[in-house]
Design a protein around this ligand. Structure first.
Ligand SMILES: NC(=O)c1ccc[n+]([C@@H]2O[C@H](COP(=O)([O-])OP(=O)(O)OC[C@H]3O[C@@H](n4cnc5c(N)ncnc54)[C@H](OP(=O)(O)O)[C@@H]3O)[C@@H](O)[C@H]2O)c1
Length: 151
């Protein structure tokens, strides 16, 4: 099974201005919907509270602190499991990621914003295998990486 982190990120690697922000600046919501439809999506409880719309057509897991990522993944039966945020949840699933789909947006947030990973003590080595056009006019692409090593 593929375990795919998917995120809209700023040029300085942030995913939100603060942890209760609803991400309205992301250009890749139609692509996110297409890619995750029929699959499993895993999100943190803080992200669930920020969602503007229901994620229909997907199997949804909302993470709480007592839940173990490895156990959650062992109960997923779709081909792909998308880890959709936020920073604490990306961090908890970092050792299990097979792919990162990152859409970089032409904006820089202040340094007290929410970073992609909140507290990472590992390095991920990535290999870019595909770029998907998200917004032609603004030249925004989703960069699809494979995780080649995590240590
Ligand atoms: N740009 C993007 O693509 C994108 C994607 C997703 C989310 N976001 C943004 O990210 C922000 C939320 O991110 P976040 O990192 O604050 O939250 P989060 O990862 O969505 O949720 C917080 C998670 O951490 C757990 N947690 C809290 N305190 C903990 C502790 N001391 N030990 C272990 N687990 C703990 C929570 O469990 P409990 O329920 O038990 O507290 C919950 O599972 C929002 O603004 C959202 O809009 C952006």
């Amino acid at each position: 099974m593929d375990v795919i982190l998917t995120a809209a990120v700023t040029a300085n690697g942030m995913i939100a201005r603060h942890s209760s922000e609803t991400v309205e600046w992301s250009a890749d919501l139609p692509l996110f919907r297409k890619q995750t439809m029929g699959q499993t999506v895993v999100m943190g409880s803080a992200t669930e509270k920020t969602l503007a719309t229901e994620l229909d057509g997907r199997s949804i897991v909302v993470m709480h602190r007592e839940m173990k990522p490895k156990m959650v993944l062992s109960e997923v039966f779709t081909d792909q499991c998308f880890i959709i945020g936020g920073a604490k949840t990306y961090t908890r699933f970092a050792p299990f990621l097979t792919h990162l789909y990152l859409t970089f947006h032409p904006i820089v947030f202040q340094s007290d914003a929410v970073p992609l990973f909140s507290d990472l003590n590992k390095e991920l080595n990535l290999s870019l295998f595909k770029k998907v056009m998200v917004d032609e006019k603004r030249e925004i692409y989703q960069h699809q990486y494979k995780v080649v090593a995590c240590n």
